[in-house]
Ligand binder design. Structure first.
Ligand code: PEP
Length: 248
């Protein structure tokens, strides 16, 4: 059975105090989660949250592939690992678009994360223009192939995939459950073709893009959707908890 996950991406939001409170509020109100829960926090708050006891897994929103060196402002996967961080977002559309991260660079992040025993949450997704011109499937499959399909079978199993159509992120527009499920099926089929059916069936593929309490259930009950990567709604404990509870 594949793993179900609900993960919050806090982006560049919250004060240190608010971050700790949000983590505590979610943990106190969900006693027996039926899925794995992650919070991807600003890197500054990682030590505060990683050292707390609790079942919510704390991840980084970014990590540099080089182990160390002259990369002012960056934090390496190696350094994340040395601080006890065990998961990282790679390939988020904001990193791809605002920071010009290419599939090739993301591939090196995937490798560095795995070398440091950090689980990559590998994000992919098309822009509105790419969808409207019918290129969305090719774009998403290329992102995955170029970032992840160089990995041997025992390593591809460690990747959590997140399909996040760029036109749905932070816009209030959600992909329909069918649109999302179709893309998730396509990703699963690509994994089966490049590896095998067992690996594909066990791959966790999350949906992200304006997922909220009102639409989470219809998305999460689709065959190929194994949970969500949540931006805006992960910043409010009540909304995030309601989303988690749709999987309970
Ligand atoms: C995200 O940034 O990963 C995301 C899914 O954002 P939102 O839920 O706000 O659309």
């Amino acid at each position: 059975m594949r793993k179900k996950i609900v993960a919050g991406n806090w982006k560049m939001n919250l004060t240190a105090e608010e971050a700790v409170q949000l983590n505590r509020d979610v943990e106190n109100q969900i006693m027996d989660p039926k899925c794995d829960i992650y919070q991807f926090t600003p890197s500054l708050y990682l030590p505060l949250l990683v050292e707390k006891e609790g079942y919510i897994q704390i991840g980084a929103q970014n990590g540099h592939p080089e182990k160390k060196g002259a990369f002012t402002g960056e934090i390496s996967m190696f350094q994340l690992q040395s601080s006890g961080v065990q998961s990282v977002l790679i390939g988020h559309s904001e990193r791809r678009q605002l920071f010009h991260e290419t599939n090739d660079f993301l591939k090196s992040k995937v490798d560095a994360a795995l070398e440091n025993n950090i689980t990559p949450f590998y994000c992919c997704g098309e822009t509105l223009e790419e969808r409207e011109s019918g290129k969305h499937e090719a774009v998403v499959i290329d992102q995955i192939k170029e970032g992840c399909f160089h990995l041997p079978a025992e390593k591809i199993r460690k990747i959590v995939f997140a399909y996040e159509p760029v036109w749905a992120i932070g816009t209030g527009k959600t992909a329909s459950p069918e649109q999302a499920n179709d893309m998730h099926r396509l990703i699963r089929n690509a994994i089966a073709e490049n590896y095998d059916n067992e690996i594909a069936e066990n791959a966790t593929i999350l949906y992200g893009g304006s997922c909220k309490p009102t639409n989470a259930k219809e998305l999460f009950t689709m065959e190929h959707i194994d949970g969500g990567l949540i931006g805006g709604a992960s910043l409010k404990a009540d909304d995030f908890i309601q989303i988690i509870n749709t999987l309970n």
